[in-house]
Ligand binder design. Structure first.
Ligand code: SF4
Length: 377
């Protein structure tokens, strides 16, 4: 086994612990997030070794299509440049026919998965989520449907008056294959108050995700970082994800992957209101550390760490393959949420372009039917 590059003693001790399979605590995670220079290189090196132990050299991705069925939403999340009011130019609410047509087009182009999320439209019925699933499955029974964030589940539960468990069981019976663990942002009450006015609380996010796992619906887990947060929030967030996964008792349940999502500031209301009160996304070093420390703290608990190429761009996404990442998510035809917040990266990567040719040289890449991450909102 390769030893970490020279690092300061406290960092080296934590990394030795990780390499020997022992758990890295929240305080130790914070120390790792503060690593720079040789310490940072050592953190990245250990993450890369743990990735190799767990996943070998395969890089996975899904051929999928994003369908954002409505951008109408009044929740007012402060990081969201996606939501529109009903009267706004560009506001849309796709019909079931359009959603099915887009799913069919994806299937014809080799897609195996649709990733469906939308705003919380004030006039939408709580049964609309099941209607979407039934409409797609009627035409495409083998299409994997990865859909509905915990915020949408919260909304459907609120609108229908059903319990979370019954609502999720009904969606599963209607064809829900897995759920994006988006709307997590940072699982910290004070930070959520700034980002979302605490509309979906940490406790509610955890309850919805844990219930999904309990009824056999697998989910991704995300973190959105680089705004008003700090290393302590990041390490605590990873600890929360670890605890949820450990508590999962369902054979089919649990997290499939962890997906760090960097804050895209350009068109986010939080940044536009007061650019001095919020950071313009994470630094390159922080991005490297977030992927690497996710791998280290979740080692043995969540096997896949995914990079979001729509947030970071292809070059940075490729670099993350050496920082503990083994999954590139989806090709995401029609990704629109990151772009609405100002991200510059593409709407689609062709099947032969994702991952990039350089990446294919670096690692053996293969298309995989793999549960992907939908974009953070
Ligand atoms: S993040 Fe989602 S819930 Fe929040 S305002 Fe945007 S669309 Fe609405």
């Amino acid at each position: 086994m390769l030893m970490p590059r020279p690092a300061a003693a406290p960092v080296r001790r934590i990394l030795d612990k990780a390499l020997s399979g022992r758990e890295v605590s929240v305080d130790e995670g914070v120390t790792l997030f503060e690593a720079r220079g040789a310490d940072l290189e050592a953190v990245v090196s250990v993450a890369d070794q743990l990735r190799h132990q767990t996943n070998g050299d395969d890089v996975t991705f899904a051929v999928n299509r994003n369908i954002n069925f409505t951008n109408i939403c009044y929740m007012g999340c402060q990081f969201c440049g996606f939501a529109k009011r009903m009267e706004d130019k560009g506001a849309e609410f796709l019909s079931l026919e359009t959603i099915v047509a887009r799913a069919k087009e994806a299937w014809q182009r080799g897609g195996t998965e649709v990733c469906i999320q939308g705003g919380l439209h004030p006039k939408m019925s709580g049964t609309h989520y099941r209607d979407i699933l039934l409409a797609i499955k009627a035409e495409l029974p083998d299409m994997h449907i990865h859909a509905f964030s915990p915020f949408e589940i919260w909304y459907g539960v609120k609108k229908t008056g059903m319990s979370i468990r019954d609502f999720l069981l009904d969606l599963k019976a209607c064809g829900l294959g897995s759920m994006p663990g988006t709307a997590a942002e940072i699982l910290d009450t004070e930070i959520r108050k700034v980002l979302t006015r605490d509309k979906l609380t940490t406790e509610e996010w955890v309850e919805i995700i844990s219930t999904a796992h309990d009824v056999g619906i697998r989910t991704t887990a995300t973190i959105m970082y680089g705004h008003v947060d700090s290393p302590n929030h990041w390490a605590q967030h990873l600890e929360t994800i670890r605890a949820i996964q450990r508590a999962c008792r369902h054979a089919e349940g649990g997290f499939t992957e962890f997906v760090p999502l960097s804050f895209v500031h350009e068109d986010a209301p939080l940044f536009l209101k007061d650019p001095s009160a919020v950071r313009p996304g994470p630094t390159r070093e922080e991005v490297m550390l977030m992927h690497a420390i996710s791998r280290i703290m979740l080692h043995g608990v969540v096997d896949n760490v995914q990079v979001s190429w729509t947030k970071l761009g292809p070059e940075m996404a490729q670099a993350m393959l050496a920082c503990g990442v083994n999954d590139l998510g989806g090709t995401l035809m029609n990704e629109s949420i990151s772009r609405a917040a100002g991200a510059r990266n593409g709407q689609e990567v062709g099947e032969n372009q994702a991952p990039s040719p350089q990446c294919a040289e670096q690692r053996k890449c293969r298309p995989a039917v793999h549960i992907c991450n939908c974009e953070e909102r």
